[in-house]
Design a protein around this ligand. Structure first.
Ligand SMILES: Cc1cc2nc3c(=O)[nH]c(=O)nc-3n(C[C@H](O)[C@H](O)[C@H](O)COP(=O)(O)OP(=O)(O)OC[C@H]3O[C@@H](n4cnc5c(N)ncnc54)[C@H](O)[C@@H]3O)c2cc1C
Length: 392
């Protein structure tokens, strides 16, 4: 076993932050470097499209910890520092400023970057992933009257709802016939579409966006749809999902296949290099599949699990995934992995703006999704966890 004096964590997001804290909590006494390109220390990204955009919280209150807490724990935060390459043979990472930093163990926790459909590369559409994106978007929204959102996924839906709360009108364009059909199925997607339409969002489905250009005199935007229709707005946001931020690993020994490939102990294919969070495509021993999950709670737990593996004390990472979103004041929650279900049962009996979906495979519950019903999700979680224990 090689010496373990210095752990470098690339990416100061949810996974990186929890990884650093766990290393100390487990008694690791060596150096911990937490590296990120942003000006801010780790912060709660999930509020960017919700409370932050609506002006309910400011950027300082998004911080996951005061900078002094990292210092007190001897965690060195290297902010405004981008990592551009990995040299596993010499155990070094290359920084954008040309310098090299060596490591004994490396944790890759770089999350993702917003995806832009090819036709919209270099277009006038904004994207939202980081605090700077959110601050710029908010500044524009408070002066705007009409927002066009491209992509009716969770982030798109949240921004649409926040913009309505700020008094804007919103058009949301979705390429699929039903929003979120791939993520949660058409039945649930239709109900989410109804939530948006019921609140006054103009939702256009089954239609792609082919261009976004600045309006006359650089004022506002003009969005062209695949059916030829042109829409004018003050701001356009492209919310077309993300892709893992792994470009800097191309050419290293780390296998990339839809994310950084790891085993259930967060180990990549390069020695002493681990990965966690949104960027990792990991072997889930209970699902018997490689999965990549974009959920805040899972990323945080994944960072913790990676720290334990770094210290040689890892347990197979096999969480029941959990996700939430808030749109139009309604809590949407999912538990389990909504994937390859063969039956879905929907209960609409609890009244307006509320429903519960339970997904089954071979007669066995695999996931639950609920709008405005946390109890149903807690119950589904209990069932999923007890069926897991029964099968261990
Ligand atoms: C607007 C928005 C709202 C969301 N809302 C929810 C929600 O309500 N519920 C939910 O469960 N999930 C939500 N998510 C998803 C959730 O935020 C992610 O799953 C979670 O942040 C993943 O954590 P992570 O640490 O893997 O990645 P990130 O949080 O993305 O952190 C990765 C960090 O790595 C840094 N980085 C990237 N490349 C490099 C590099 N080359 N060198 C150094 N550092 C680098 C990035 O700057 C970033 O700070 C939301 C996401 C977004 C964008």
């Amino acid at each position: 076993v090689s010496a373990l004096d210095r752990v470098v964590i690339v990416g100061a997001g949810a996974a990186g932050h929890h990884c650093a804290l766990e290393l100390r909590a487990c008694g690791f006494a060596g150096q911990i470097l937490l590296v990120g390109p942003e000006r801010h220390g780790p912060y709660d990204r999930t509020l960017l499209s919700k409370d932050f955009l609506e002006g309910e919280v400011d950027s300082d209150s998004l911080a996951l910890a005061h900078l002094g807490e990292y210092e007190a724990k001897g965690i060195e935060l290297r902010l405004e520092t981008e990592v551009v390459g990995l040299l596993p043979r010499t155990r070094e990472v290359a920084l954008a400023n040309g310098s090299l930093v060596d490591y004994d163990r490396l944790v890759i926790a770089t999350g993702g970057v917003p995806a832009r459909p090819r036709a919209l590369a270099g277009s006038a559409g904004r994207v939202l992933r980081g605090l700077n994106d959110a601050a710029e978007l908010r500044e524009e929204l408070v002066r705007a009257r009409h927002l066009i959102v491209i992509g009716a996924g969770f982030v798109g839906g949240e921004v649409a709802a926040s913009a309505l709360a700020l008094g804007l009108t919103v058009t949301m364009i979705e390429a699929l016939p039903t929003p979120l059909a791939r993520a949660v199925g058409a039945e649930v997607g239709e109900r989410i579409a109804d939530l948006h339409r019921g609140r006054g969002v103009e939702l256009v489905t089954g239609t792609a966006v082919t261009a976004i250009v600045k309006g006359d005199d650089d004022a506002g935007v003009v969005v062209t749809l695949s059916n030829g229709r042109e829409l004018s707005g003050d701001v356009a946001l492209i919310a077309a999902g993300m892709r893992p931020a792994v470009q800097w690993l191309v050419g290293s020994k780390v296998d990339i296949d839809g994310g950084v490939v790891t085993d259930e102990l967060c180990r990549t294919t390069a020695p002493d290099v681990f990965a966690a969070g949104d960027c990792a495509s990991w072997w889930h021993p209970r699902m018997k599949a490689r999965v990549r999950i974009e959920h805040w709670d899972t990323a945080a737990q994944h960072g913790t699990a990676a720290a334990q593996s770094v210290l040689g004390d890892g347990q197979p990472f096999a969480p029941v995934p959990f996700f939430w979103s808030t749109q139009h004041g309604i809590r949407l929650q999912a538990v389990g992995h909504v994937d390859a279900w063969d039956a879905v049962e929907i209960d609409d009996s609890k009244g307006k703006d509320s429903f519960v979906a339970r997904y089954y495979r071979d007669g066995r519950l695999i996931a639950g999704f609920a709008a405005g019903d946390p109890h149903a999700i807690a119950e589904a979680r209990r069932e999923l966890e007890s069926s897991r224990r029964a099968r261990v």
